[in-house]
Design a protein around this ligand. Structure first.
Ligand code: ADP
Ligand code: MG
Length: 218
């Protein structure tokens, strides 16, 4: 797939929401080990709201509006650290962009890079702090380095990098949230937010691949 149209993007973002909602018990279990156990509940709740919002947006024209609406809805409905962080992940990069009817691989990689920059500006986390940045930064690096034109291929590289990033979080001591107070006792456990990023990127890749195979979008 070389261009992400408005309708393909809407479908893709709904698929992200579906996957997070389905993963609620898994994310809750991960956050229970070293956090307060609410990550799955918060993410699934925010994604449910985002899904309802996206359902009303089938007829739009600017792809960035979809990302902005998704992020804003999460930000307003979720609260807590992850409301701001994940809301910003979806809307941060879309803010201030010229309206566009479709995104190519370059534009999509740029959107993700700008979102990461905004997440880091807001949350101040660096790689190694045991947060979602540990999955998102390598994924963004993989997308920025990708020189081809195929969105599915690019997202596959992003998904692999994010998965590896989640693995890496097991080694880290946390700098944010409840896990911080556990210090070395958090070692051996993966970060919940990083896991969400991996699930989101995997859902993006899988959905675009399916859309391509079904001939919905090229
Ligand atoms: P809360 O910490 O409010 O309970 P959640 O449990 O829903 O929120 O989300 C926790 C996740 O949010 C962490 O696993 C981490 O990945 C992410 N997170 C927390 N603080 C930050 C931050 N400053 N920057 C980036 N990600 C963060
Ligand atoms: Mg929590």
């Amino acid at each position: 797939m070389k261009t992400l149209s408005y309708s393909a993007a809407c479908h893709m973002l709904m698929a992200c929401a579906d996957e997070i909602i389905k993963s609620k018990p898994y994310l809750t279990e991960i956050d229970s080990k070293i956090g307060d156990g609410d990550h799955g509940i918060g993410m699934a709740g925010g994604m449910q709201k985002a899904l309802s919002k996206l359902e009303t947006m089938a007829d739009g024209e600017n792809v960035y509006d979809l990302f902005q609406a998704m992020g804003k809805t999460m930000l307003m409905s979720m609260g807590g650290a992850s409301g701001v962080i994940f809301g910003t992940f979806f809307s941060g990069g879309a803010k201030g962009k010229e309206p566009s009817a479709a995104l190519d691989a370059r534009a999509f990689a740029q959107l993700m890079a700008d979102s990461l920059a905004e997440v880091q500006r807001q949350g101040k986390a660096e790689v190694g702090d045991k947060t979602m940045v540990d999955a998102l930064k390598p994924a963004v690096d993989a997308m920025s380095a990708y020189a081809g034109e195929d969105l599915v291929e690019m997202l596959s590289l992003a998904e692999e990098a994010a998965k590896e990033g989640v693995e890496q979080t097991k080694q880290y001591v946390a700098k944010f949230g409840r896990a911080k107070s556990l210090m070395e006792r958090a070692i051996g456990y993966q970060d919940a937010g990083a896991t969400s990023i991996w699930i989101i990127l995997r859902a993006m890749r899988d959905d675009l691949k399916a859309q391509e195979e079904e001939g919905i979008a090229q």
